[in-house]
Design a protein around this ligand. Structure first.
Ligand code: HEC
Length: 99
């Protein structure tokens, strides 16, 4: 009984908010790669700029500029290399809503 309840809850979760949540979870995992320098949830406590609350369009533009080399950086070029445009979008949406 308990088991089937758990299974149906799992199924509901999988069918329900699946797509929105999958994007969120993926963005959250990707964002964790940035926390070491940009702080937990993109809230920096040091000299490195915060990512939390950055406007999405600005964020995506900067990431593309790092990736194609038009914005010089110390370490960001290497980090920007590993992501697709869609992943920049997801990351940008993720950081933009953090207050
Ligand atoms: C090793 C440290 C480090 C990591 C990890 C790192 N960054 Fe950065 N980031 C920097 C530094 C330092 C700068 C300032 C520019 C430069 O020197 O490259 C920067 C700048 C930025 C900027 C520009 C901010 C602005 O206000 O213009 C963005 C956007 C950014 N990083 C996003 C990310 C994302 C997204 C990740 C994870 C995928 C990430 N960074 C991972 C160190 C890091």
């Amino acid at each position: 009984m308990k088991k089937s309840l758990a299974i149906s809850l799992l199924l509901m979760g999988a069918l329900g908010a699946a797509s929105a949540q999958a994007i969120d979870t993926k963005a959250r995992f990707m964002a964790a790669n940035c926390a070491y320098c940009h702080g937990p949830e993109g809230k920096s406590r040091g000299a490195i700029p915060s990512l939390a609350g950055l406007e999405k369009g600005y964020f995506v533009e900067q990431m593309k500029a790092f990736r194609d080399g038009s914005r010089p950086g110390t370490v960001m070029q290497k980090h920007a290399m590993g992501y697709t445009d869609a992943e920049f979008d997801a990351l940008g949406a993720w950081f933009a809503v953090i207050k």
